[in-house]
Design a protein around this ligand. Structure first.
Ligand SMILES: Nc1nc2c(c(=O)[nH]1)N[C@H]1C(S)=C(S)[C@@H](COP(=O)(O)OP(=O)(O)OC[C@H]3O[C@@H](n4cnc5c(=O)[nH]c(N)nc54)[C@H](O)[C@@H]3O)O[C@H]1N2
Ligand SMILES: Nc1nc2c(c(=O)[nH]1)N[C@H]1C(S)=C(S)[C@@H](COP(=O)(O)OP(=O)(O)OC[C@H]3O[C@@H](n4cnc5c(=O)[nH]c(N)nc54)[C@H](O)[C@@H]3O)O[C@H]1N2
Ligand code: SF4
Ligand SMILES: [Mo]
Length: 712
């Protein structure tokens, strides 16, 4: 029996875990009270890491489909098949790649997904970003010049927080690495501050808030623009220190002029006086911050809404100041120069629908179009890494059909699930206990500057490959070096090139390829710490509270914050047109539960036991009118599909709105997730529409689907 410390890889909160390990098993999980950042906080998912890690349904060897049946093969054989099948395509655009959410939760994915995309040389790159946070990348790209410069609420020092379309009590924060978000929000209240939640549903976060403002789904953009309008109208604009770093303030004033509180009130279903008082509170609080998440990104006007959040922070002088929205500086990053080339999209367009490329990828909603539409460059093969597009993308019926029509598919994934059942080859990744951990992605969004690294707490069994090796093999195959190229030589070349570029003569330290790369990044990073220091500090190193980073972080050609970027300004007329849309009938939104993680943790017994989680929330009055009863079945239909789902009648959701979580629907044939099958639930993406997207970011509209609801 021994104790090991690691970081929970299951969400963005990066909690420190104290693990008890017996043999090759995690037998107990506790929050690591010595963790510099999370101080012992843990949630039910982290607590069940042992079960997840030892799930008997996890695949342990590569699977190859032969005559419709999966059989185990050796790694060599699996890679030889992949080599011969993928390299048979002369037009690389015929091979698409889809990278899912867990890719950014592993160091392997964070380091090597980029090189894999490069080696593939296909324009058909898709990721879960376009069913998630892409609007924020795009708005920040235009405003600050860099898609990764996303400011985060400095929760520990603020006095007032306005939260829209996020439920951190359930999600534990997103684009906001904030272990124990509930505790930190309660601490805000305790020190005399307050927070307001805008959400069509009385979420757990809304229930704990000082004020809950229900809103009509998809209309946050109008509310946000009206808040900006009110700041100008009541002379509440005060940029403070930022004055000299911002251009475009007067353009913003003009852009928001039609969006008065009165003009938007009925569209948002938020009274004008509530909007005015929110603007007042934002402006009068000593330190305040606005934060928007899923309910503001996966909607019709996701990019304009995401931009408006930051505009509010700028105009109230709260961007880049303690207690406002600040830019973290992770240990592996360097400081910027203050200018750059800015951000562009649309360098190429998708074949079928002509959607512009954004960050080198196309909207995930158009993956099915590219697979199904004949012609030159039609996608015939697919690589998925850590993704479950069969459940996570809109219009699943179409997505499933598209997946099953492919000539060849390879999935890097630990499970045989709804997506990977369509694969010809599945390459299983090891469980969390067998891999290293450093949050390359999430330290970018962290409410304190921290760094933490842990080695695998249980050694990888013989005959298994870690995810880095899987990435490297795929990279060498796609680069034409064949399935048995010398991976160490390749990694050394990569590192040598980096060293030369940085003028570094010392040898990076580490036992593995990714350790040496991480050591290089850390030692050339802003604080100059080394991997050895992280190894010596298993509870992490606290690098202090967030610091001012403007202008150094800016990469716009002007060297200023572009408050009214032309691309965003050009979309405002569409928003204005949408203001007069009359919406009738019910709309569907999503939600998350503390015990879930998108589609892939329903196979853990402790997380699915008890009350059914996959239900349709219906307002009490709506239920009465529609003839729906609590626990009964409803039929829900939309433009693309029809489902039956269990009803949960509640006063916690606005009239005219129904809510259903995503990631369910585990009753498909040919999968190997025993527990999830018993708690199958229903796939909400059978209803969401693949033709609706935010044009500036290519992001799917997952909240605000028009539906008809009736008793089943
Ligand atoms: N209707 C609706 N749809 C949504 C959303 C919504 O709110 N509503 N949310 C969207 C959002 S925000 C997201 S991020 C997407 C997620 O969409 P995806 O990323 O496509 O799906 P996940 O459910 O996260 O599936 C993750 C996959 O990775 C596998 N996996 C787990 N661990 C590892 C690992 O260590 N390595 C590898 N290689 N694979 C691993 C799992 O088995 C699973 O197949 O869903 C989106 N879909
Ligand atoms: N427990 C758990 N944690 C997770 C995940 C999970 O599946 N389970 N997934 C992870 C991932 S991939 C992500 S991206 C994050 C997401 O993190 P969050 O955005 O915090 O996630 P949600 O809990 O979906 O919260 C979205 C809220 O928006 C509300 N909403 C829906 N439509 C609208 C709208 O139009 N306007 C407004 N104002 N609100 C609206 C919903 O009712 C819901 O309460 O969570 C991460 N953490
Ligand atoms: S909050 Fe997130 S990181 Fe922390 S224990 Fe739960 S799942 Fe893990
Ligand atoms: Mo996400």
């Amino acid at each position: 029996m021994r104790t090991e410390y690691t970081t929970c890889p299951l969400c963005e909160a990066t909690c420190g875990l104290e693990l008890t390990i017996e043999g090759d098993r995690i037998t107990r999980v506790r929050g690591d009270r010595q963790d510099e950042f999370s101080k012992g906080f843990i949630c039910p998912k982290g607590a069940s890491l042992g079960q997840l890690d030892a799930d008997p349904d996890r695949l342990s060897a590569p699977l190859v489909k032969r005559d419709g049946e999966f059989v185990e093969v050796s790694w060599e054989e699996a890679f030889e098949i992949i080599d011969s099948r993928l390299n048979a395509f002369e037009d690389r655009n015929q091979i698409a790649i889809y990278l899912g959410n867990p890719v950014v939760h592993s160091l392997a994915g964070s380091f090597y997904a980029g090189p894999l995309r490069k080696a593939l040389r296909s324009r058909n790159v898709f990721t879960a970003s376009t069913v998630d946070q892409m609007p924020k990348h795009v708005s920040c790209g235009h405003m600050y010049g860099s898609i990764f410069s996303i400011p985060v609420p400095d929760i520990d020092r603020t006095d007032f927080m306005l939260i829209l379309g996020a439920d951190p009590f359930s999600s534990n924060g997103s684009l906001w690495t904030v272990p124990d978000a509930p505790g930190r929000l309660k601490a805000l209240q305790k020190r005399g501050g307050s927070f307001v939640v805008v959400d069509p549903r009385r979420s757990r976060t809304a229930a704990a808030a000082d004020q809950h403002v229900p809103i009509r789904p998809g209309t946050d953009v109008f509310l946000l623009l009206a808040l900006i309008n009110e700041l100008f109208a009541s002379s509440l604009v005060s940029l403070g220190r930022l004055e000299e770093h911002v251009v475009g303030v007067e353009d913003v004033r003009a852009l928001v002029s039609p969006f008065t509180p009165e003009a938007v009130a009925s569209r948002c279903e938020v009274p004008a006086d509530v909007i005015r008082s929110l603007a007042q509170r934002l402006a009068s609080a000593e330190r305040a911050v606005v934060y928007g998440r899923i309910g503001t990104t996966t909607v019709d006007y996701g990019t304009v809404g995401s931009w408006a959040v930051d505009v509010l922070n700028v105009l109230t002088g709260n961007l880049d100041r303690p207690g406002g929205a600040m830019f973290p500086l992770p240990a592996h990053s360097r400081r910027g120069s203050g200018t750059g080339r800015g951000f562009t999209t649309g360098r190429w367009t998708s074949r079928v629908r002509g959607y512009p490329e954004i960050m080198g990828e196309f909207p995930a909603v158009t993956l099915a179009d590219e697979i199904e539409t004949p012609g030159q460059g039609q996608v015939r093969a697919l690589i998925t890494v850590g993704g479950n597009p069969a459940l996570s993308l809109p219009n699943s019926t179409r997505m499933e059909a598209a997946l099953s029509s492919l000539d060849f598919m390879v999935s890097v994934d630990p499970y045989l699930n709804e997506t990977t059942r369509h694969a010809d080859v599945i390459l299983p990744t090891p469980p969390p206990s067998r891999r290293v951990h450093y949050d390359l992605a999430f330290f970018n969004n962290s409410v304190r500057n921290v760094a933490k690294y842990s080695r695998a707490v249980i050694p990888l069994e013989d005959g298994r490959l870690d995810e880095t090796d899987i990435f490297f093999r795929l990279i060498t195959i796609l680069s034409g070096m064949g399935p048995s190229a010398d991976l160490d030589a390749l990694a050394s070349m990569q590192l040598a090139a980096l060293k030369e570029k940085a003028g570094v003569t010392w040898e990076p330290f580490g036992e593995t390829r990714e350790e040496r790369l991480l050591d290089f990044k850390l030692r050339t990073g802003a604080y100059g710490i080394s991997l050895q220091q992280l190894l010596d500090n298993p509870h992490g190193i606290d690098l202090g509270p967030l610091c001012e980073r403007i202008p150094e972080i800016l990469r716009t050609p002007s060297g200023k914050i572009e408050l009214a970027p032309p691309a965003i300004a050009a979309d405002v007329p569409r928003v204005l047109a949408g203001l007069s849309t009359v919406e009738e009938g019910m709309v569907l939104v999503g939600r998350r539960h503390l015990r879930t993680n998108n589609s892939w943790m329903h196979n853990v017994p402790t997380l699915v036991k008890g009350k059914q989680l996959c239900t349709l929330l219906v307002n009490t009055s709506d239920a009465r009118e529609l003839g729906l009863t609590d626990g009964g079945q409803a039929q829900v239909s939309s433009r693309v599909g029809k489902i039956e789902v269990t009803v949960e009648v509640t006063d916690d959701i606005s009239r005219g709105v129904v809510s259903m979580p995503h990631g369910w629907g585990h009753d498909q044939p040919g999968t190997r997730t025993t527990v999830a099958r018993e708690h199958a639930g229903v796939n909400v993406n059978l209803l969401t529409d693949d033709l609706r997207l935010d044009p500036l970011s290519g992001t799917a509209v997952l909240n605000g689907t028009r539906v008809q609801v009736m008793p089943a």
